[in-house]
Structure formats: C-alpha cells, structure tokens
Design a protein around this ligand. Structure first.
Ligand SMILES: C[S@@+](CC[C@H](N)C(=O)[O-])C[C@H]1O[C@@H](n2cnc3c(N)ncnc32)[C@H](O)[C@@H]1O
Length: 233
C-alpha cells in the first residue's frame, strides 16, 4: 500500500466532529474573565472552535489532536461527511438526548457545522495553534499550560480504551499543566458512569492530587452533566 493510501485509511478511522466555543464554556463551566491571561490546552480538540473563537476574544489557547497531521482540506471534507452522518444517526437516537440547548436535530447540526467552519478557517490562518500529537504522549513542556481541557474522549470510549491508557493519558495531561485538568463527561456513549472512575479518583488522591466531580450547566446526552477537575496542590 502506498503512503498516500495509508494516510487516507488513517483519516477514515478518525471521526472529525467539533463543538462550539459556547458549548465548551458550558461543558466546563467556564467564565471568559477567569480564562484571561491563562495558557490553555484543548486536547483532543478535534473540529472544535474553542481555540478559534477563544483566541479571537484574546485567550491563549492551543489545540491538539491526532487528526492535525492531515491536510486541512482533507479534514474539512471528512468533517462535513462525519457531521452529516452524525445528524442522520441522531434522528434515530434522539430520545436519549435532552434538547434544551439545541432545540432539535437541525439546531444541533448548525452548531456542528459552525464549529467545523470556524476551526478549519483558523487552522488555515493560524496553523501554529494546532498541534498534531498522539496520546498518551504530548510534545509539550512540563507545566507549559495553566489549564488543560479534555472533552468527549476519556471515559466515553471505556470499551475501546483500556484503564492503562486512561491512566497514562491523564498522567501526561497532568504533566503539561501547572494548575488544573478538566475532563468532560464522566459517562460512556450510553450515559453510564465510567466503571473505573472511583478507582481512578482514589489513585489520583493517593498521589497528592485534589479531585472534584462537579455538575455543569450543560447536559445533552442524558447523565453527561458532570466533569472531573484534577488540581495540583
Ligand atoms: C469525539 S472527538 C472529541 C473532540 C472534542 N474534544 C469535542 O468535544 O468535540 C475525539 C477526538 O479524539 C481524537 N483522538 C483519538 N485518538 C487520539 C489519540 N490517541 N491522541 C490524540 N487524539 C486522539 C480524534 O481525532 C477526535 O478528534
């Protein structure tokens, strides 16, 4: 298989979908004012517009994802395909979701398209903000960021990513933050709490880290309404 074919196959395995800045602020219960002056990492950031829109508002954000290794045009094409596919699936599964925020599937689609559009535009204009990396390893210095955000990756795919991968990834995300790591949500794709969460929290506390499970003002998938905050003392 040629290198180009191999890369195409790799891209096929990635689902390139994103959330908007607005969704991130709610998912992580953030206020713009508290983010000013902080160095922030979104990882994995996918097609999210948190970096693009936040930077426009004067925030210092870096986005990181395995997908950023691919050309922007390919990512945009894949993102459009994945968003269309997700909306079709959503029509059939809409009963396990709470629609207060988006109102309907069309409203959800608008958010996903807006996020993708703003993300790829910013990737073209400010490529230095988008760093390719494959967890559980990150190409950043120790304590390079004040705040690290990680959404819809850890805990959600507990059936595919084992506990050792979760521990290694969290250790790495903590290595690159001087302050705090926030992970959202705490449930898998069916809305069931991550089965090893209590064990994980106990281990983190034993290592001297402060942990807090906090309710957030965002709930779309039923039960996906809390984040885990892990702070270095
Ligand atoms: C479901 S998306 C979540 C993106 C975003 N945080 C959000 O909330 O919409 C999961 C992301 O994880 C990325 N990913 C999967 N495996 C990865 C790995 N080993 N290292 C870095 N990123 C990875 C994918 O490319 C994808 O963009």
């Amino acid at each position: 298989m040629s290198r180009a074919e191999k890369r195409k196959q790799e891209l096929e395995r990635i689902i390139f979908i994103g959330r908007t800045f607005e969704e991130y602020m709610q998912m992580f219960d953030l206020e713009l004012q508290e983010l000013k002056g902080k160095s922030i990492l979104d990882c994995p950031a996918g097609a999210c517009s948190f970096t693009a829109i936040g930077s426009r508002q004067g925030l210092n954000i870096t986005a990181c994802d395995i997908a950023y290794d691919h050309p922007v045009d390919d990512l945009e094409r894949k993102g459009l395909q994945d968003t269309e596919h997700a909306m079709e699936t959503m029509e059939r599964a809409k009963d396990i979701f709470i629609w207060d925020f988006y109102e309907n599937v069309q409203g959800l689609g608008k958010h996903r398209h807006q996020a993708l559009h703003d993300c790829v535009k910013d990737m073209r204009e400010n490529s230095e903000r988008y760093v390719a990396a494959t967890l559980p390893k990150l190409p950043f210095e120790e304590s390079q960021f004040d705040l690290v955000l990680s959404a819809h990756f850890l805990f959600m795919y507990g059936d595919r990513l084992d506990y050792a991968f979760h521990r290694e990834t969290i250790r790495e995300l903590l290595r690159v933050t001087a302050g705090e790591l926030r992970i959202f949500p705490l449930v898998d794709l069916t809305g069931t709490r991550y089965e090893h969460l209590d064990r994980l929290v106990a281990e983190l506390q034993e290592e001297g880290l402060q942990t807090e499970e906090r309710r957030v003002p965002y709930e779309f998938l039923q039960n996906a309404n809390s984040m885990l905050c892990i702070r270095k003392r």
